[in-house]
Design a protein around this ligand. Structure first.
Ligand code: GLN
Length: 483
């Protein structure tokens, strides 16, 4: 039950082989046993989850079920969830019970999916290891001395340890793809604007994008079908015709042109990652794909550009931390200032403070042109590199991360080293392109390796097809850590 696909779970529910209350109960039982080892959840509320499961069972009985009805899904604690503590990994919000639902949560509720708990994360999604969480670090289920990645490390851990069949994440510079890679699961960050940011606590609004994390590409497609859609409460939400992300899964890959950016393969990758990626490309060749060398000359600047722009946006959000954007209901201005003062007093963690400093600096008089404007210009060039590359190929591949999961504490004292774990993922974020990671084997110390797939704008169905065809040939996505 814990290692089967969402489609299979859905079928078992439809055929009444199991009820949602039973299914949810099984996952809760597993979570109760395992979570103390991993610290992957910030909030578990069995009564609330089971009440949702009961409602889902009624939905199924009345013939109104769809594919995710009754299926437990873990929600990253960045999504405001009505009646649930919503902390964003921060002490600041440690007493914040959200009075409203994020757009994403509404969409899961509408189809009768069950919220099985709120997952741990780096504070305000700033981090690559989950060590900046006020609620303590999450452990990697493949090796508890390793980090799970971040910022969606709780969600990645939950799926890898099979404490829930699927989870949500958010990705600003790599936070879905990097933890998916380090925990040996699948994850996709959709094209910017496809998934509503309403009620998704902001980090850097021009980059933030929600997306699913699950065992397989097929499961991701089911999740995306629920998550994607226009929301008029998010000013950057895209109004497009609905797509069925399952539609292309079975297409053969013959003739597919896979672009390999020469800059990504030149240096930086560790040998174990390089070998695993090479073996994977060999499978794609057997499936009929052709390899094309492409160039992303400005991609090497994506980390410095990201670390100017993301903190700049974050510092404007956080210095205007007025409570209202996090859903507090103040009755008056003085009420509001009081809330503001109280939450300020509780304080941010060290990494968030560092981001506010960087952000304030690059936006300040005299430095704005030299840093912020310059970074915006290079951001444009990075996006243009991809547009040029997609004239020669259909899809781009490379490693998701330069190394397998590092040890807890290993990069804590060296922010630059920590930031470099997004070296391959941040360029797609800056360009607003969809990016995905799938498990392709194991490297040093038997820790998982991820393949990064970047698609053109709105190419999610094609990327899922490319990933699914590989998963039909291999079983890395079905491997479970021994626990
Ligand atoms: N690791 C990056 C950071 O710390 C990206 C985080 C994210 O995508 N939310 O900012």
């Amino acid at each position: 039950m814990f290692n089967v696909s969402l489609k299979q779970l859905s079928q078992q529910l439809a055929e009444k082989k199991i009820s949602s209350v039973e299914l949810t109960g099984e996952f809760l039982k597993r979570t109760r046993a395992l979570n103390p080892n991993y610290n992957a959840f910030i909030t578990i509320n069995e009564a609330m989850s089971l009440a949702q499961a009961e409602a889902a069972d009624q939905m199924i009985a009345s013939g109104h079920a769809s594919l995710l009805t009754g299926i437990p899904v873990a929600q990253k604690d960045i999504f405001c969830t009505k009646g649930w503590l919503t902390t964003c990994g921060s002490k600041m919000l440690s007493n914040f019970t959200s009075p409203y639902n994020a757009g994403v949560i509404e969409r899961f509720n509408r189809v009768g999916a069950v919220n099985i708990g709120k997952t741990n994360m780096d504070e305000f999604a700033m981090g690559s290891s989950n060590e900046t969480s006020f609620y303590g670090p999450v452990r990697n289920p493949w090796d508890v001395s390793a980090v799970p990645g971040g910022s969606s490390g709780g969600s990645a851990c939950v799926v890898a340890a099979r404490m829930a069949p699927a989870a949500t994440g958010t990705d600003t510079g790599g936070s879905i793809r990097q933890p998916a890679a380090l925990c040996g699961i699948s994850g996709i960050k959709p094209t910017y604007g496809l998934v509503s940011r309403y009620g998704m606590i902001a980090f850097a609004s021009s980059l933030d994008q929600g997306g699913p994390m699950a065992k397989s590409a097929e499961d991701l497609a089911l999740m995306l079908n629920v998550m994607v859609g226009f929301d008029d409460r998010d000013s950057t939400s895209l109004q497009r015709e609905a797509e069925d992300y399952l539609r292309d899964l079975d297409r053969p890959l013959a003739g597919l042109r896979i672009g390999l950016p020469k800059e990504y393969f030149a240096k930086g990758m560790s040998d174990d990652v390089a070998n695993t990626v090479e073996a994977t490309l060999e499978i794609y060749r057997k499936l009929g794909a052709k390899m094309v060398e492409v160039s992303l000359p400005n991609a090497q600047l994506s980390i410095p550009v990201y670390y100017v722009l993301a903190p700049a946006e974050a510092s404007s959000n956080l210095s205007r931390f007025d409570g209202v954007r996090y859903g507090y209901r103040a009755k008056s201005y003085s009420d509001l200032s009081e809330m503001y003062r109280k939450s300020r007093a509780k304080g941010f963690g060290a990494e968030v403070k560092r981001r506010i400093l960087i952000g304030t600096y690059v936006l300040s008089h005299g430095y704005y042109e030299a840093y912020y404007i310059q970074a915006q210009k290079i951001r444009r060039l990075i996006a243009q590199d991809f547009t040029d590359a997609f004239k020669q190929c259909d899809i781009i591949m490379g490693p998701t991360t330069p190394t397998v999961a590092f040890n807890l504490g290993e990069k804590n004292s060296d922010p630059i080293q920590m930031y470099l774990s997004d070296i391959y993922t941040s360029a797609a974020s800056l360009a607003g392109l969809p990016g995905m990671s799938i498990p392709i084997g194991f490297g040093d110390k038997n820790r998982p390796v991820g393949l990064h797939i970047i698609g053109n704008y709105f190419a999610e169905a094609q990327m899922l097809n490319v990933a699914h065809q590989y998963q039909l040939e291999t079983d890395w996505h079905l491997r479970m850590p021994e626990i």
